[in-house]
Design a binder for this molecule. Structure first.
Ligand SMILES: [Zn+2]
Ligand SMILES: [Zn+2]
Length: 356
């Protein structure tokens, strides 16, 4: 916004009273209000300037700061918010002007972001290409062909106000919906809709440890609104793909580790996967099928940055599905050599069954 002196903007001198300022603003606001100057960008810019000037000068503290700083003054270092403008307008007009009645808010959008478990573990940025509706620059969202696509509304003579309405604040013309014109030839870019499809390329930061069903909200990245309507939001829905090796339970990971009968009985160093690459675990001699071995902290990170989950490795003894004659002979010999007490679970079970 151009830095024009606020007093000059409102046409008052530096000693003006609060009432003088209010009166000056009211007069100018009526003159430049967007509702009275549809599609006049100059009037809109002017209106914003005087609204900003009023927002500052009508607040005694801000006015004192402004008097002190002059052209170095920035309202909180930022342009006025819509709330500032609404407050300024509400004070003077008691809420006669609001958002344009025909404004249409843009729709919220959903985008499903599919992640691998490895991506969940790493977190980081992802580039999205999101199709959405944006305002048509070619017709300035009017839907009318820029080359003779519109003509003045006959009902309201182009004013947009209902000719039968009140004296100062006439209601909108029903024929043209307050726009002051009717479309006779549709815009060839948006086909008359005022908006058209576009592809938004944006980068989203995904925290570590997210899970399926979680949503990230990107404010103002949905469809654009029409006629000053607010832009919708974009919800990025997280979907974590199934992993070929790991199952997930919160931040913990589970993985089956098949071993041979001999490895389980005699013990072995077995290669196992982790999300950050392979490692070796020691399966102790005499490990039973179903035994869980844990790698602490090798699960998933958590979004709140607390300690990460664990990796649970489940030893699963795989019995050979066929045997050679030699293996069969050796296993037979092994069985006969088995000493009492080496299969306590099996022995107890058999005993219970025979007794029952
Ligand atoms: Zn009309
Ligand atoms: Zn258009």
């Amino acid at each position: 916004m151009a830095r024009v002196d606020y007093y000059t903007l409102l046409g008052v001198d530096r000693g003006a009273s609060a009432d003088d300022i209010k009166r000056a603003f009211r007069k100018l606001a009526l003159q430049y209000h967007p509702d009275r100057n549809p599609d006049d960008l100059d009037a809109e810019r002017r209106f914003k300037e005087i609204a900003e000037a009023y927002a500052v000068l009508s607040n005694p503290e801000e006015r004192a700061r402004y008097d002190q700083l002059g052209s170095f003054y920035r309202p909180d270092g930022a342009p006025p918010t819509p709330e500032d403008l609404a407050r300024a307008l509400g004070e003077v007009f008691g809420g006669i002007f609001g958002r344009r009645a025909d404004a249409q808010a843009g729709e919220d959008l959903r985008y499903t972001l599919s992640l691998t478990l490895e991506q969940v573990a790493e977190g980081g940025e992802h580039d999205l290409k999101v199709p959405r509706q944006v305002n048509c620059r070619r017709c300035e969202s009017t839907g009318a062909h820029p080359d003779g696509g519109r003509r003045d509304c006959e009902h309201c003579a182009g004013s947009g106000k209902n000719p039968g309405g009140g004296r100062l604040f006439k209601p909108r013309c029903p024929r043209c919906d307050g726009r002051g014109f009717v479309v006779v030839k549709r815009c060839d870019r948006c086909d008359g809709a005022g908006r058209h499809g576009s592809e938004d390329v944006l980068r989203v930061k995904v925290p570590k440890g997210v899970a399926t069903g979680q949503k990230l909200k990107l404010r103002g990245r949905g469809n654009e609104g029409l006629r000053g309507g607010a832009t919708g939001d974009l919800y990025v829905l997280i979907n974590v793909a199934e992993h070929s090796l790991f199952r997930r339970r919160g931040a913990d990971l589970l993985c089956d580790v098949p071993v041979t009968f001999a490895e389980a009985a005699m013990g072995a160093d077995v290669p196992v996967p982790t999300l950050s690459g392979g490692t070796i675990i020691r399966v102790p001699p005499g490990t039973q099928s179903g035994k869980l071995l844990r790698l602490t902290g090798r699960g998933l990170p958590t979004p709140d940055g607390k300690s990460p989950g664990d990796l649970h490795l489940k030893v699963v003894v795989e019995v050979p599905s066929r045997l050679s004659d030699e293996q069969r002979a050796l296993l037979d010999k092994f069985s006969r050599l088995a000493e009492p007490g080496t299969h306590p679970q099996r022995d107890a079970f058999r005993k219970a069954v025979t007794r029952g």
